[in-house]
Design a binder for this molecule. Structure first.
Ligand SMILES: [Cu+2]
Length: 198
C-alpha cells in the first residue's frame, strides 16, 4: 500500500482551488510532443502558474507504447490521475468538475473505488487499474483504465491496445479540468488480421 502525499484535506483544497481557476484554464493536450525518450509517446502532467494540464500528442498508433509522466510536485498541486473516460462522461461545466473533484458524482466515485482509495487514511490501494485488454483501451463507464500519480517524476508505461479509429478521451479525477483526447491511428486491416489470428 502506498501512502498518498496529500491527504483528504489537501486534495479537496487543491480541487477547490482548481475549480476556482477552471474558467481560465486551457483544456486539452497540445500537439507538441514531450520527447523524453525517442520512440515512446509521452503525455505529461504539467503545472504552469495556476494552470494544471496534460501535454502530449493528439494521435498515436495502435500498438505503440504510451508513457504518462508526472512533472508536478504533489505538495503544490496534489496527486493526479490519468483516467480514460467515455466522452459523454467527461465533466463539462464548472459545477460538474467541482462535484466530480469532491466525489459527489457517482461516476467519479466509481473511479475512486477502482483505485481502492481510502480517503480517511489517505491511501491508494491500487494505483494502476488496467481492465479490458492489457494496455490503454478501456474507458470508464463502469470500469476503465486509470493510473494514479502520487509522486513527482513518476511514470506509467502501457501499450495502446485500443483499435485504430478509436478516440480515447482522458481526464484527471483530482483536477477534472485536466482533459485531453488521443486519436488512435494505424492500419485497420492489419488490426483485423491480427485479431483473427490471436
Ligand atoms: Cu490532476
Amino acid at each position: 500500500m502506498k501512502e498518498l502525499r496529500i491527504r483528504r484535506v489537501g486534495v479537496l483544497a487543491t480541487a477547490t482551488l482548481c475549480a476556482a481557476a477552471i474558467g481560465a484554464t486551457a483544456v486539452g493536450a497540445s500537439a507538441s510532443s514531450a520527447d523524453k525518450q525517442d520512440d515512446v509517446a509521452t503525455i505529461t502532467m504539467e503545472l504552469e502558474g495556476k494552470n494544471v494540464f496534460f501535454d502530449g500528442p493528439s494521435s498515436i498508433d495502435s500498438g505503440e507504447e504510451l508513457a504518462i509522466v508526472n512533472n508536478t510536485n504533489p505538495r503544490q498541486i496534489g496527486p493526479h490521475t490519468f483516467t480514460l473516460v467515455e466522452k459523454s462522461e467527461l465533466p463539462k461545466s464548472k459545477q460538474e468538475m467541482k462535484d466530480c473533484a469532491k466525489f459527489k458524482t457517482e461516476f467519479c466515485v466509481r473511479i475512486l473505488e477502482a483505485h481502492k482509495v481510502d480517503l480517511k487514511k489517505g491511501t491508494v490501494g491500487k494505483p494502476s487499474v488496467d481492465v479490458g485488454k492489457t494496455g490503454w483501451d478501456k474507458s470508464f463507464g463502469k470500469k476503465g483504465d486509470s493510473w494514479v500519480a502520487e509522486t513527482e517524476g513518476e511514470e506509467e508505461d502501457r501499450v495502446v491496445s485500443a483499435k485504430p479509429g478509436t478516440k480515447l478521451f482522458y481526464f484527471c479525477l483530482v483536477h477534472p479540468e485536466m482533459q485531453g483526447k488521443l486519436k488512435v491511428t494505424g492500419d485497420m486491416s492489419v488490426a483485423m488480421q491480427l485479431s483473427q489470428v490471436l
